[in-house]
Structures are given as structure tokens and as C-alpha cells.
Design a protein around this ligand. Structure first.
Ligand SMILES: Nc1nc2c(c(=O)[nH]1)N[C@H]1C(S)=C(S)[C@@H](COP(=O)(O)O)O[C@H]1N2
Ligand SMILES: [Mo]
Length: 211
């Protein structure tokens, strides 16, 4: 008996996991961005410890939207989710390949909140007071997820569980851990690290580390 091997290439859904590890081709020739070193570990980087998601906490979406949302954690986890394999690049110099995140695509939230025409930017708010901003066009694309699972298990709290944002096309400080709020803005504002000298654009393949 002969086996037919179909080369699915990138974005293969053969194992139910969407492979986004080829995303770097939009930005550069090498999967590992310049000045980064690959690690097998998954270090934890938090500005001030691990906050907890209280029982009354909700996930809020507001600003330039027609339908502000206030969802329980359970309601967020009940939204349609995808599982993706993606790379993770920290501005301090480490990259972790092949992270498997399951979560709700950013576009799903845009759709449900009825984001207005004049929305240009998105500010993510987190339970530890962290904020980070991205242009709407940089969020409403493949790879930006509200992730609640890592490697098929509940997302560990030090990595942002129960809910975090992942941004494989940016340095990881653009992905807010413990995300509890998404604010749609008509103009750019600076987030926590961006106010402290880190790049607002944060493209790893261009080494946009500092502003
Ligand atoms: N809420 C919040 N999100 C955050 C941070 C933080 O301190 N607070 N640190 C950022 C930075 S600098 C990085 S590299 C990643 C680290 O994610 P990890 O701890 O899962 O590796 O989270 C980002 N998101
Ligand atoms: Mo980072």
C-alpha cells in the first residue's frame, strides 16, 4: 500500500492547528529576527507580579464602537476559538518558536462590538495596570488572539492567564497579559512601555526596540 503524502505547507490545518510560523516572510528573510536568540524555555516577563482575575471581573470593550461589550470570562471562552502555532519575540532578546495558543481572534471582537469607521487604534488594558496600543489595522489580522490556552492547557497565570493577547508580528510587549479591557480609539495613545522609551511600532524584523 502506498501512502500519499500531501504537503500542506504553511497554514496547514491537518492537525487542527493553524501554522502561522511562516508569518515572518511578510517582514524579513529569517524566521529569527535580527539580534534575537532562540530559547526552548518560556521565560516570564511581568512589570509587577501576577495579578488575579477576581470572580466579578469582566472583559470590557468600549470606545469607538456601536455595541460596547461586557463579557464574563466564561462568555469569552465560549466564543469561537482557533488554535495557532506561532513564534514569540521578546524585546529583551529571546524568541520562542512554535508556541501553541488557543483563543478568540481579534476580528471576532471587532465584529461583535460593531467597531466604528472612525476607530484607528486599539488600547489594551490589563489587570496589573499595563496598557499597550496598536493601530487597528495591525490587530485585525491573522495571529492576534485573545488566548486562553497554551499547548492545549489552560493558560498559566504567570503567562497572562486566564486571558492574554498574542501578537506574533510584534515584540511581545504588544501582547497584554491578563487583558480585561479593549478600548477603540480614534487617535494613537502610548501604552505603558511605549511611554517609557520602547518603540510604538515594535517590528522585530526591523529591530524597532526603542523610540
Ligand atoms: N499585563 C501585562 N502584559 C504584559 C507584560 C506585563 O508586564 N504586564 N509584559 C510584556 C512583555 S515585555 C513580554 S516579553 C510578554 C511576556 O510574556 P510571558 O511572561 O508570557 O513570557 O508579556 C507582555 N505583556
Ligand atoms: Mo518583553
Amino acid at each position: 500500500m502506498t501512502e500519499t503524502r500531501v504537503d500542506e505547507g504553511e497554514n496547514s490545518a491537518a492537525d487542527g492547528i493553524e501554522d502561522l510560523t511562516g508569518l515572518y516572510r511578510e517582514y524579513g528573510d529569517d524566521r529569527l529576527p535580527p539580534g534575537q536568540r532562540e530559547t526552548d524555555r518560556f521565560p516570564v516577563l511581568s512589570k509587577s507580579g501576577t495579578p488575579s482575575w477576581g470572580p466579578d471581573e469582566s472583559f470590557e470593550v468600549w470606545g469607538a464602537v456601536d455595541k460596547p461589550l461586557s463579557l464574563s470570562l466564561e462568555a469569552v471562552k465560549d466564543l469561537p476559538a482557533v488554535t495557532q502555532r506561532q513564534d514569540f519575540h521578546c524585546v529583551t532578546g529571546w524568541s520562542k518558536f512554535d508556541c501553541e495558543f488557543t483563543g478568540v481572534e481579534f476580528a471576532e471582537i471587532v465584529e461583535r462590538a460593531g467597531v466604528r469607521e472612525d476607530a484607528e487604534h486599539v488600547m489594551f488594558h490589563a489587570l496589573d495596570g499595563y496598557t499597550t496600543d496598536l493601530p487597528l489595522s495591525e490587530c485585525a489580522r491573522d495571529g492576534v488572539l485573545f488566548a486562553h490556552e497554551y499547548g492545549g492547557e489552560e493558560l498559566p497565570s504567570d503567562h497572562g492567564g486566564p486571558l492574554r493577547v498574542v501578537t506574533p508580528h510584534k515584540y511581545a510587549y504588544k501582547g497584554a497579559k491578563w487583558v480585561s479591557g479593549v478600548e477603540f480609539l480614534t487617535e494613537r495613545e502610548l501604552g505603558y512601555w511605549e511611554k517609557r522609551g520602547y518603540s510604538d511600532t515594535a517590528n522585530p524584523w526591523n529591530e524597532e526596540r526603542y523610540s
